[in-house]
Design a protein around this ligand. Structure first.
Ligand SMILES: [Zn+2]
Length: 146
């Protein structure tokens, strides 16, 4: 069984951590180890607390209504990333969302072209028939209210 650390805290209570093999103190209270431990803690602390590098909060929103605008924003983000103005994780997120947005814009374009094509070929359901359908639904809901 491991010995307990003999270090006494400021309030007089014992440390109670397991002592190192062949020593009467734990790694945290060993002066020989303390520099290493502190250095490790500090490095860990820096890694954990360092905020992601992002653009300032007063950066205006960009318009992303076309693939040209998305491409322009991506170009800016790539340059910001290269300068170190943008955290790689943020840039990754931007890249992912931009690819989803591009797909969506593409689909919107296709739907627009398709509906234009349909209407030019006279394939679109006429507005009259659509309102007839709505009347039937409304009529059904009102049954029994007279
Ligand atoms: Zn200790």
């Amino acid at each position: 069984m491991a010995n307990k650390c003999q270090f006494r805290k400021e309030d007089g209570s014992k440390c109670n951590a397991d002592a190192q093999t062949g020593k009467e103190i734990c790694v945290f209270h060993d002066p020989e180890q303390s520099v290493t431990v502190r250095r490790g803690r500090r490095a860990g602390g820096i890694k954990r607390s360092r905020p992601a590098t992002v653009l300032s909060t007063d950066t205006p929103d960009v318009e992303l209504n076309s693939s040209i605008e998305v491409s322009s924003m991506l170009t800016d983000s790539i340059n910001q990333l290269r300068r170190g103005d943008l955290d790689p994780r943020v840039a990754n997120g931007v890249g992912y969302l931009a690819s989803v947005l591009l797909r969506s814009l593409e689909q919107g374009q296709m739907e627009k072209r398709l509906s234009e094509l349909e209407s030019s070929l006279g394939l679109v359901q006429s507005p009259l028939r659509r309102s007839e359908t709505e009347e039937v639904v409304t009529g059904g809901e009102n049954v029994g209210h007279d």
